[in-house]
Design a protein around this ligand. Structure first.
Ligand SMILES: NC(=O)c1ccc[n+]([C@@H]2O[C@H](COP(=O)([O-])OP(=O)(O)OC[C@H]3O[C@@H](n4cnc5c(N)ncnc54)[C@H](OP(=O)(O)O)[C@@H]3O)[C@@H](O)[C@H]2O)c1
Length: 312
């Protein structure tokens, strides 16, 4: 029988996606026992307002360094489910977190920090630079003895914060793709007609909670979930509809994107993978976790993206 969840420990709770995942778990606290957050003394100091809010919502705060075996082992006492939302620079620290979880008698489920592109989509995925640390995490999880894992694969975020897919890039970087509400200008990747599946960050939080609550359906696999599938042309048309104005359109061909990637790498590699179709699946797994309905559509995502861009 798949292990079920009562007590949850979250790593990376105050990060970009960790905030949404943690808020969603806390919003469902009546379904769980303890909800604890493991974070560094530095974060407790520098993000004291956010930490106070989490406490007020019922989170238990555990201070420690993520690299400290003793601190992590102690935090695992009484915890059956670990949800990791750690950022890209510290993805490798999860190797120790998983080894300790596997040996700990209480921990039974582990959700590694994924929440993005499927790193095992095509055979060539194995060679993509941004996937390397996450691939090591998956390789370790495939060999654990006493731990069940789930990779929550969401594709790119359908949000406008920072450099996210529905956001505005600074004009100098707009060839990497932009939807700029203030300039009424979009730079569409590829020919603009290629499909892309996106998940809003608030839906990522919902999907993680739903996955936690459907242990049997998600045990030892990647689940491919998303809010909606669209194209850059459709997204631009929705921005035009909601802003009530015609937008200027430019295009960055896949060939040009490859050239930019050769210069810059990093997040441009992910945008190239998405433009090649790397977020499309034969079927999506929303139904596995009971979330076929109740997630954002293109209209809702663009509405939120316009609000975010206008506020910044
Ligand atoms: N699909 C997409 O479009 C997309 C976009 C961005 C990210 N992602 C994925 O989402 C996951 C989380 O990324 P994120 O951008 O949310 O991460 P983030 O905000 O950069 O960092 C998340 C948390 O990781 C911890 N952390 C970061 N640097 C650390 C360090 N040097 N030492 C110790 N802890 C550190 C911190 O935890 P505390 O809160 O405890 O301080 C931080 O809040 C990653 O797997 C990433 O690939 C996907």
């Amino acid at each position: 029988m798949a292990a079920t969840t009562k007590n949850i420990l979250i790593f990376g709770a105050t990060g970009l996606i960790g905030t949404h995942i943690t808020n969603s778990i806390l919003a469902n606290k009546d379904k769980f026992g303890r909800i604890a957050i493991f974070t560094s003394p530095n974060t407790i100091w520098t993000k004291s307002d956010e930490i106070d809010q989490l406490k007020a919502q019922g989170a238990e705060i555990i201070a420690g360094e993520i690299t400290s075996e003793a601190a992590v082992n102690e935090a695992y006492n009484g915890i059956d489910t670990v949800v990791s939302c750690v950022g890209r620079p510290v993805i490798h620290t999860q190797l120790q977190l998983i080894q300790l979880a596997d040996k700990h008698p209480d921990v039974k489920r582990f959700f590694p920090s994924e929440y993005g592109t499927d790193i095992e989509y095509w055979p060539s995925s194995a060679n993509e630079a941004p996937h390397q640390q996450k691939l090591k995490v998956r390789a370790l999880l495939k060999n654990v003895k006493d731990l069940t894992y789930t990779y929550v694969v969401t594709g790119p975020y359908g949000d406008a914060d920072g450099a996210l897919y529905l956001g505005a890039k600074p004009p100098a970087d707009e060839a990497e793709g932009t939807f700029d509400v203030k300039r009424k200008r979009a730079v569409l990747l590829g020919d603009g007609k290629g499909k892309i599946s996106l998940t809003t960050m608030r839906d990522v939080g919902k999907f993680v909670v739903a996955a936690i609550l459907h242990p049997k359906a998600v045990a030892n696999k990647a689940i491919h979930v998303n809010s909606f599938t669209s194209t850059p042309e459709e997204i631009t048309a929705e921005y035009e509809r909601q802003t009530g104005e015609k937008w200027e359109r430019a295009y960055t061909s896949l060939e040009k994107l490859n050239q930019i990637e050769a210069e810059k790498g990093g997040s441009v590699t992910l945008r190239r993978i998405w433009t090649e179709g790397g977020t499309l699946y034969e079927k999506r797994d929303n139904h596995l976790v009971g979330l076929e309905d109740g997630v954002d559509d293109l209209q809702a995502a663009v509405k939120q993206a316009i609000e975010v861009q206008k506020a910044t």
